[in-house]
Write a protein that binds this ligand. Sequence first.
Ligand code: GLA
Length: 360
Amino acid sequence: MPTRPRLRPVIRAFGPGRVNLIGEHTDYNGGLALPFAIDRGVTVEAEPLDGGEIRAEALDLRETDAFAADDPGRAGGWRAFVRGTVAELRTAGVQIQGARLVFTGDVPQGSGLSSSAALEAALCLALIAVAGADEPDRTELAKLCSRVENDWVGAETGLLDQLAALRCEPGAALRIDFATLALRPVPLTLGDWRLVTLESGAQHEHAESGYNERRSECRAACEALGVAQLADADPEAAERLPEPLRRRARHVLSENERVDAMVAALETGDLEQAGRLLDASHASLRDDYDASVAAVEETVAALRHAGAAGARMVGGGFGGSVLALMLPGAEPPEGSVEVAPGAAARLLSSEAVPTRIRRR
Ligand code: GLA
């Protein structure tokens, strides 16, 4: 098949989705989380163009967008992520040139595995490389991506997904302390045990779900307790809050303790305890944070029935995927996908590019 000669270099970058092992709804409360990057994610192909236009194509959605690199303007859906990333990189001083961008991905949207942070991270690396600029500090880049979510997409998310996509290490989960942004890789050694995710079938949509409501409840709890972030709250004082603030605070405080209990369980190889902690996290998210839905409960039950040592919803809640730790030899339900800790966002060599992109 004849191919168009390529006179200009094509940059390819990959951003991973993530699974949060434990520590849910703690990032925007100054707490702890323990995510890992997965090998599924979003790939961006970026080809420099003459002139200052960005032409973007979401291959899987069969949708396109075109806008001026120096004045992206507003749009909805996936286009908001692209335009916002371009705008925020420009503000950060990156010289954005005209480019053709092609996106492909294999993280289902709305699954709670953070396809959006995968896209932002991959796009940042690609555009920075096209500009010939040095890669900035990755924690700063994560904050930039988070501004895209907050200011361009209108999702009031925290920093969990972006830090996971940009800072995780292969073979390890990443303990993040959101009060200080201190990061510590924690080796995730499972032996014959397996971690799997299974989609509940109920799509979650941050901007339209209870996520923002939970955030404002946490803010209200902070105001009532006179603390800047819930992770700093005194547990006894938190128990005296009116409902539902009492339960929201209880989830955040108990979830923080579970993160360090999980770190200890992994460091001592106590996977039974890791399973119990997943169950406890799920119960807290369901009963105290009210973030579960019927389809998620059914999915958790199916995974337990199949031999999970523990299972919990992952991500923002109100739908999305369930994570389970399967006992050795247990067969997870149909549709489950094994997940293992992979590398953070990176530029790809052409050999590593999925063929469906290379063939275009
Ligand atoms: C979503 C958000 C994250 C985090 C989680 C809940 O994934 O994007 O910032 O708040 O929900 O832990």
